[in-house]
Design a protein around this ligand. Structure first.
Ligand code: NAD
Ligand code: LMR
Length: 338
């Protein structure tokens, strides 16, 4: 995806340039919430993937229009559209990867946790259907609050007796893109050359960029490191404010999710791929934690060690634990105490 540019003319051609695989392994990918602000541009980017044989679009409203539009693009994935809960089984059946951007976004003044009351039930119901109709699929959750919706999905899958923690991934890739972008700007290198691990969770202070483990080396003052960290932590709010009531990040999120989905598909196809994701984890005392994970065809193959923190990172790591623990418990309780 990093080579998307004006010199390219055909969507299939673009994707072949940006993907290391030239022929696809025929995978079905379902997008739940496909008619939304993230869902539409995400579906557009996925329509250009040679790794996908069927792109299954599902929403509670408006899916057919999005599907008809995308189906005219001259790239291989076949587009199918499904609207309404009675069509969900067909949308899911046979999927290798399910990406979930379904749910309401923030308005100015709201926290991601303010979305819990609506989005928790949406994620619960969609995951119950996944457990029934494509229990082997990888599941990538975008719907906020991610810190709670991923534990909700895990509890639903446990209840259904098919939970595989290695295939349940909370999407935190946008935090990584933001960290790369802001750091690149600060140190004066092209963003494509920067790689900053971001760990913890996906809300405010739970988002923890690790400049000490970035490439290239990030040599900035402690003040600059603190300011950069805060900008990355508040970047979602920056977009919510700029959109002034018209939602949150959609285009950058779709780009992040498409890159993340491509990594999952390459892993399913047999490659070894490293991504940051919010997953069930034993790296810390917190039961869910975002870190770098190595993916292979079976899901998470390895949880990469967190490495040594500098002083700022140590303080931020200590500071995030209380909030993240609370968000995880809230998600678990939503299912287990229902
Ligand atoms: P949106 O309102 O534009 O789109 C959401 C879509 O979900 C709508 O089309 C809606 O019809 C659909 N939907 C609602 N209930 C559904 C259900 N039960 N089944 C299927 N579809 C359903 O919102 P958006 O801007 O696309 O954001 C979606 C979610 O993604 C929000 O919760 C937002 O906070 C989150 N988000 C997460 C990240 C991240 O980094 N993880 C980044 C941006 C946004
Ligand atoms: C983001 O980080 O942009 C998303 O989580 C959306 C939001 O509410 O900020």
């Amino acid at each position: 995806l990093s080579h998307l540019g004006p010199q390219t003319s055909s969507a299939g051609g673009v994707y072949r340039q940006m993907s290391s695989a030239s022929t696809g392994p025929n995978l079905k990918v379902a997008v739940l919430g496909a008619a939304g602000g993230i869902g539409q541009p995400l579906a557009l980017l996925l329509k250009a993937s040679p790794l996908i044989s069927e792109l299954s679009l599902y929403d509670i409203v408006g899916t057919e229009g999005v599907g008809a539009d995308l189906s005219h693009i001259d790239s291989s994935p076949k587009v199918s559209s499904f609207t309404g809960a009675e069509k969900l089984p067909e949308a899911l059946y046979g999927s290798s990867l399910v990406v979930i951007p379904a749910g309401v976004p923030r308005k100015p003044g709201m926290t991601r946790d303010d979305l819990f009351n609506i989005n928790a039930g949406i994620v619960r119901d969609l995951c119950a259907a996944i457990a029934k109709y494509c229990p082997e699929a990888w599941v990538a959750i975008i719907s906020n609050p991610v810190n709670s919706t991923v534990p909700i999905a895990a509890e639903v899958f446990k209840k259904a007796g098919m939970y595989n923690p290695r295939k349940l991934l909370g999407v935190t890739k946008l935090d990584v893109l933001r960290a790369n972008t802001f750091v690149a700007d600060a140190i004066g290198v092209p963003p494509e050359r920067v790689s900053v691990p971001v760990i913890g969770g996906h809300a405010g202070i739970t988002i923890l960029p690790l400049f000490s483990q970035a490439t290239p080396r990030v040599d900035v003052s402690p003040e600059t490191a603190k300011a950069l960290t805060e900008r990355i932590q508040d970047a979602g709010t920056e977009v919510v404010k700029a959109k002034a009531g018209k939602g949150s990040a959609t285009l950058s999120m779709a780009y992040a999710a498409a890159k993340f989905a491509e990594s999952c598909l390459r892993a399913i196809a047999g490659e070894s791929v490293v991504e940051c994701a919010y997953v069930e984890s034993h790296l810390t005392e917190l039961p869910f934690f975002a870190s770098r994970v190595r993916l292979n065809r079976n899901g998470i193959e390895e949880y990469l060690p967190l490495g040594r923190f500098n002083d700022l990172e140590t303080a931020n790591f200590e500071a995030l634990k209380g909030e993240l623990r609370g968000s995880i418990k809230k998600g678990v309780d939503f299912i287990s105490k229902a």
